[in-house]
Design a protein around this ligand. Structure first.
Ligand code: ADP
Ligand code: ZN
Length: 290
């Protein structure tokens, strides 16, 4: 059996072909242009590989309710040309194989739970802080869906009193997590990118406060066994101890299970580095083909 995996991102598409042991046999990357340009190229790649099932971890929002006639379609995405495009329908009709779809971050969370930093645990939350902020949630070994899927990048936060731009930059909600803490928000606030800001800049204390508020909210609402933080901004590893310390301050001793911990085993880096998206898509394909 051969499994196709697609990590569908806002800027690039990563396509992989895996065998049943999870070995990556082939991989290609292409820019995300309009669906009428990019979709035929992707379908041709997978058709040529003669895959038996396809798993997709995609940017969203997505309709993931199988009872909804829009199941498989992209929702109100800032990528306008993809709005309404039904990824599941398009690939099913082109390839005639089972197709499984989830959000890119749910796929990454699944990969981290099965093979990465949360291996052996039944639950985890994976959050990426990059161009946007997105979060995936795995409970009992499965990515969770409900009304749609978690969109924890848009949770509301309390602005930091030291923040010179506390109004935030999200076009929908202004001072939500993404509006305050995504890479582009940092750059707009300081005129320097997250790559350029020095380690001792107050920007990192403020960023850590925002990410700690998110961790606090996630711990109290979802109670995951691990929180995994990735994405471009979190390449700046010095922020991890700041986030852990501020999370403990906010929790103020409320969660006894975390007593005595400095959270270095609880709020962690991804175990699969940048491979979690494609690996998670492969795991979705395995489930679809089973
Ligand atoms: P995307 O979210 O588009 O998949 P990334 O996760 O790389 O891509 O996020 C891009 C954002 O992360 C940009 O705002 C950039 O400033 C920031 N970024 C990328 N690399 C680094 C780095 N090494 N250190 C700090 N910030 C980075
Ligand atoms: Zn928002």
């Amino acid at each position: 059996m051969l499994y196709g995996a697609l990590e569908a991102g806002g800027t690039k598409m990563v396509l992989g072909c895996f065998d049943e042991n999870g070995t990556l046999l082939d991989r290609t990357v292409m820019p995300t242009e309009a669906p009428d340009i990019t979709f035929p190229k992707m379908a041709a790649f997978f058709a040529e590989k003669k895959i038996d099932a396809l798993g997709i971890g995609s940017f969203g929002p997505l309709c993931l309710n199988p009872k909804d006639p829009r199941y498989g379609a992209v929702g109100a995405s800032p990528k306008l040309s993809w709005r309404g495009f039904n990824i599941v329908k398009a690939f099913s009709e082109a390839l005639h194989v089972p197709v499984a779809l989830d959000t890119d971050v749910n796929a990454a969370a699944l990969a981290e739970a099965k093979l990465g930093a949360a291996k052996g645990l039944a639950s985890c939350v994976y959050v990426t802080i990059g161009t946007g902020v997105g979060g995936g949630v795995v409970v009992d070994g499965k990515p969770i869906h409900g009304l749609m899927h978690p969109e924890l990048g848009h949770m509301l936060l309390t602005p930091d009193p030291r923040d010179p731009k506390p109004e935030g930059f999200c076009p929908y909600h202004k001072s939500c997590l993404e509006g305050l803490a995504a890479g582009p928000s940092m750059e707009k606030r300081w005129g320097l990118s997250a790559k350029e800001l020095p380690d001792d800049h107050v920007a990192w204390e403020i960023e850590a406060n925002y990410l700690a508020q998110m961790c606090y909210n996630v711990i109290l609402t979802l109670s995951p066994e691990k929180i995994i933080l990735g994405g471009g901004v979190l390449q700046r590893k010095h922020i991890f101890p700041l986030i852990r310390r501020r999370t403990l301050e906010l929790l103020n001793g409320y969660i006894e299970e975390l007593d005595g911990s400095d959270l270095s085993d609880y709020i962690v880096e991804p175990g699969l580095d940048t491979a979690s998206g494609l690996t998670g898509s492969y795991l979705l394909a395995l489930q679809a083909g089973a």
